[in-house]
Design a protein around this ligand. Structure first.
Ligand code: TXA
Ligand code: MG
Length: 345
């Protein structure tokens, strides 16, 4: 991996036009470009070209039943990808775009089946990041971009995370620093009878319901078993073993801290070599030499911003066990709690 060849530093607020042009050229030539969005880094290719989209699946080792999101630079560009741009879609896009909300709508034929894993609807999103928007404007086509990590790994929130996960499977990585939001977009299905969240994110169901003026369903519950497309699973990509660090993950409520302390002591006694990283909010643990404590922010947005970096760091120092204090069970924390449940599954 040569830093000069593959990693290209670029200003996050005012991306240098010549660097955007270079990245656009790679995409036009059929290559893969990783770029920052406000949520996580995406692994991009021309969404209208089946062959290019297929390259994304190969690079990630991603099963073909897991659809990718098409990124656009405007509401007009989104309309061109779908057969029905409903009033709900318009309202939500006006309220939350550019931003961390993906809308699933009936797709037009220009979107190749491989991009939607054969489904008749496509996920569309206008990201809130100057680099992503500049790239989309210059290429002129929608960019299919899943998170820029290998399948089942934690999503990248820095360019270095991308390089560590994908190595030379990506042609160019635009390094625009750390992602602001830190967890993936809220995915909302507008193709069915009622708006339904398929994957929670930092835009909450309550916020969506407030804009729509109607209740919003939730299909994001973690389903056990299926690692393939099932009827119960409308968003096939939201499988269980996902967003997972290499270490084992335990989640616990603050009220269970004594049980956790006892379980840790027990584990030490059995002599199993254990390096522990603890992501904590309120509780304290007895000091131990094999243990790193990370104090996590008490506010959901800050927590989300730091979460994946903390999990990547735990992997990097060779933690064999990550113990995580569960955040509150409220709407604002639903995206974070969903990622924690998946990491622990
Ligand atoms: O924040 C994000 O959404 C990031 C950045 C790069 O935009 N992208 C991302 O992509 O997280 P990915 O591929 O890792 O996750 C996409 C999610 C999956 O859970 C997938 O199942 C769901 O969106 N999805 C995409 N298209 C869909 C469709 N047509 N129907 C149902 N679910 C869909
Ligand atoms: Mg992903």
């Amino acid at each position: 991996m040569t830093e000069s060849g593959q990693l290209l530093r670029i200003d996050a607020l005012h991306p240098e036009p010549d660097r955007i042009a270079r990245a656009a050229r790679v995409l036009l030539d059929g290559g893969l470009v990783a770029f920052p969005t406000e949520t996580v880094y995406g692994l991009g290719a021309n969404a209208l070209d089946a062959e290019m989209v297929r390259r994304i699946y190969v690079a990630k080792g991603r099963p073909t039943w897991n659809p990718v999101i098409a990124h656009v630079a405007s509401i007009n560009a989104a309309r061109e990808l779908v057969t029905v741009w409903s009033d709900d879609a318009e309202r939500l896009a006006l309220a939350f775009w550019p931003g961390p909300l993906t809308l699933v709508l009936p797709k037009r034929d220009c979107i190749p089946d491989v991009a939607t894993a054969g489904l008749s609807a496509v996920g569309v999103r206008m990201p809130n990041h100057p680099i992503a928007l500049a790239l989309l404007r210059v290429t002129g086509f929608p960019v299919a971009a899943p998170s820029a990590n290998r399948f089942t790994e934690i999503s990248p929130t820095t360019a270095q995370h991308v390089v560590t996960s994908l190595g030379d499977r990506v042609d160019l990585v635009l390094d625009g620093g750390a992602c602001e939001v830190g967890i993936e977009s809220t995915v909302l299905d507008l193709s069915g009878d009622a708006p339904t969240v398929l994957r929670p994110g930092m835009i909450s169901r309550a916020q969506l319901a407030a804009v729509l003026g109607c209740p919003v369903g939730d299909q994001s519950a973690i389903t056990v078993a299926a690692h393939g497309l099932t009827h119960a699973q409308r968003s096939p990509g939201t499988t269980d073993r996902h967003y997972a660090p290499r270490a084992q993950v335990w989640l616990f409520d603050a009220s269970e801290v004594h049980d956790v302390t006892a379980a840790l002591a027990q584990r030490m006694h059995t002599g199993a070599p254990t390096r522990v990283t603890a992501l904590l909010l309120a509780v304290t643990l007895p000091a131990a030499s094999n243990q790193s404590i990370v104090r996590m922010p008490r506010e959901a947005a800050d927590y989300a911003h730091h979460l994946y970096a903390a999990l990547h760091d735990a992997d990097a120092v060779g933690a064999s066990l990550i113990i995580i204090e569960r955040p509150p069970n409220t709407d604002a924390w639903s995206g974070v709690r969903n990622r924690l449940e998946r990491a622990a599954h």
